[in-house]
Design a protein around this ligand. Structure first.
Ligand code: VNL
Length: 387
């Protein structure tokens, strides 16, 4: 069934290629973007949608002589919805690429569809290491939790933090963060006293924070998905943990630029590891942040950059494939190297995962606003989750 359709599509493409160039100019190529535009992860959808719009505003909607049409669908972070929408986009809309994916379970739900239909899927948000292994058509422009967790662990070991407790969201990226942080600090002679988890949906931080207080570690290491950082920080301060001599260290998801400014002084001094800060001091990023803020009246976070870079990867691949999808499009995505608002990025041709600098940052106040200020980096870091 699939092969027949594929052959027909190839035939149609061959016929079109033989006709005049004017026909090609009227052709459209569709990209299907699935994001949580409502529900608990709505800020992730809002950020990525805004970044995609900025990409198109800056680069136009013509690629390889064809008109790009972007279809954005709201999956509410419900994996069954993500799967249904992906199916529709592939079968009915005949998109050449799928993109978006706010959370790991949504990306995982779509991977088999990408494989069966040979549709490249660009993961712009979800960050569990294993996602790129779920289909040979997955390409990632976000980051991986093992990158951030190992970056944070290395810093902790070098900075006198001996006893730690971990606290993570109870699903894929949380398991990665917990394991890769714990393995690395232990390898370097540190100790993990306790490993705590909170549910992805409607977490209550009070009971786990009480456990942290009782365990009295030097530091608490935290991963929570984008959108939960502000609520966590509020509770951390309310329970007096900031005053109890327990240092907070985290992946940058917790000190997310989307919410950071509203967190208040409790966030000051929090050291964290991540691939993107809106304060990244490059000319390219300064322009990116200024243009993004002018268009949206809010600050771009790491989700926005994953979305923006994902569009870059798709556009350049479409140029290389002359607008074709399938394996030609996938080939054009592999091995791309470019300067992103985050810094240098490579899409590893072997793993299809993102290689970038993992920055160590500290939350500081500058001109009355809170920022993640980068002060150290592990250069060109591959995903430690791939052996
Ligand atoms: C995931 C990872 C989601 C990191 C996130 O925010 C995040 C995921 C929504 O893989 O589900 O910050």
């Amino acid at each position: 069934m699939y092969h027949r359709r594929h052959h027909l599509a190839m035939l149609a493409a061959a016929v079109l290629a033989g006709t005049a160039g004017t026909a090609a100019a009227q052709e459209t190529v569709k990209i299907g973007v699935i994001l949580p535009m409502t529900g608990q992860q709505a800020s992730t959808g809002r950020q990525i949608d805004a970044a995609i719009k900025l990409w198109v505003a800056r680069n136009g909607n013509k690629v390889a002589g064809k008109t790009v049409e972007i279809l954005v669908k709201d999956d509410q972070s419900i994996p069954d919805q993500t799967r249904r929408l992906a199916q529709e986009l592939v079968v009915q809309d005949k998109v050449v690429a799928l993109a978006g994916f706010g959370i790991t379970p949504s990306a995982m739900a779509v991977a088999p569809i990408a494989t069966q239909s040979k549709t490249p899927m660009v993961v712009m948000a979800a960050a569990t290491s294993a996602i790129t292994g779920a289909s040979p058509y997955v390409v990632r422009t976000s980051f991986t939790l093992p990158q951030a967790a190992v970056g944070m662990a290395e810093w902790a070991n070098k900075n006198g933090i001996k006893k730690t407790v971990t606290l993570v969201a109870d699903y894929g990226p949380g398991f990665d963060a917990e394991k890769f942080f714990a393995d690395r600090v232990t390898l370097n002679g540190g100790q993990v006293l306790d490993k705590l988890r909170t549910p992805l949906r409607a977490p209550d931080f009070a009971p786990v924070l009480q456990k942290v207080r009782d365990a009295k570690p030097d530091a608490l290491f935290v991963f929570l998905p984008s959108g939960q950082g502000a609520a966590f920080m509020k509770q951390f301060a309310e329970r007096g943990l900031d005053k109890a001599g327990i240092r907070l260290i985290a992946t940058g998801d917790v000190t997310d630029d989307d919410q950071l400014n509203a967190m208040g002084d409790v966030a000051l001094g929090v050291v964290n590891a991540h691939h993107y800060s809106a304060a990244h001091p490059s000319a390219l990023n300064k322009k990116f942040v200024a243009d993004f803020e002018a268009a949206n009246k809010f600050r771009p976070n790491f989700m926005a950059v994953g979305g923006y870079d994902g569009m870059r990867v798709i556009y350049k691949a479409l140029e290389a494939s002359k607008g074709a999808g399938g394996d030609a499009l996938l080939a054009g995505m592999k091995g791309q190297i470019f300067e992103s608002p985050r810094g240098q990025v490579l899409i590893d041709a072997q793993t299809r995962d993102v290689v970038h600098d993992m920055y160590i940052r500290k939350v500081e106040k500058k001109d009355g606003q809170l920022w993640n200020i980068e002060f150290d980096a592990i250069k060109a870091m591959k995903d430690p989750g791939k052996s």
